[in-house]
Design a binder for this molecule. Structure first.
Ligand SMILES: O=c1ccn([C@@H]2O[C@H](COP(=O)(O)O)[C@@H](O)[C@H]2O)c(=O)[nH]1
Length: 233
């Protein structure tokens, strides 16, 4: 793995075969991979073993959100399967995040643990409908500071908030940003989006890219274009 590559490709596929077909076209020296709810629910831990066997570092994006004891157990289970990164929802609260952190420490597990702030598919009206009257930027700041104070290594946020979080939480605090949309890609269900180059300039530490690559007619060409935009390779 080239440590300077910020790219995490989201393997959002409905079968293990389809996911591995894409993984076999990718290079662990050029990107990390993300396994999310759909693929993990269909394939279970087998997908992690298969990707680790191919040399990839894996972000298990299951966004745990439950009572502290349950989330701590889930985070431990993920870490014991060797994933590079795992996440919880910051809105699960301080005690939940602290329990997850404490569990990893107690077992000597060094998996990165980050917290989702406000999903990149949400905008102000969506937050208002669920009773959050703050703007997305304000809510992201609130949850990011809580996540930092609860021992998280970083957060999932949109690139639009990354710069401000750098000021508030420091450069070393991870800003993992989905909602990455190169100029050639459709926005789809995402709302708080940015291009790859703009996201890096804004302070993202990692870029999560799914459909702009995985649903492209020529996925490798799409990845090449993103890397060229970032000056990689
Ligand atoms: O706030 C969030 C948190 C997670 N995601 C996940 O990232 C990818 C994005 O995929 P695209 O196809 O590039 O939109 C996807 O797996 C989401 O579950 C997010 O988009 N926003």
């Amino acid at each position: 793995m080239l440590p300077e590559s910020p790219l995490i490709i989201a393997l959002d596929y409905a079968s293990l075969d389809a996911a591995l077909c894409m993984a076999d076209r990718l290079d662990p020296a050029r990107c990390r991979l993300k396994v999310g709810k759909e693929l993990f629910t269909r394939s279970g831990p087998d997908v992690l073993e298969a990707l680790h066997g191919r040399g990839f570092e894996v972000f298990l994006d299951l966004k745990f959100h439950d009572i502290p004891n349950t989330v701590a157990g889930a985070v431990q289970a993920a870490a014991e399967q060797g994933v590079w990164m795992v996440n919880v929802h910051a809105s699960g609260g301080r005690r939940m995040m602290e329990a997850a952190r404490e569990r990893l420490e107690r077992h000597g597990l060094d998996t990165r643990l980050i917290a989702v702030t406000v999903l990149t598919s949400l905008e102000a009206e969506d937050l208002a409908e669920v009773g959050v009257m703050a703007s997305p930027a304000e809510q992201v700041e609130r949850l990011a500071m809580l996540a930092r104070d609860s021992g998280m290594d970083g957060v999932v946020c949109s690139a639009q908030e990354a710069g401000r979080l750098g000021e508030l939480c420091g450069e070393a605090f991870l800003k993992v940003t989905p909602g990455i949309r190169p100029a050639f890609a459709a926005t789809g269900d995402q709302r708080r989006v940015m291009t790859p180059a703009a996201a890096m300039a804004a302070g993202s530490t990692h870029l999560v890219v799914g459909r702009p690559v995985t649903r492209a007619e020529e996925p490798m060409e799409a990845l090449d274009r993103i890397e060229a935009e970032l000056g990689l390779g």
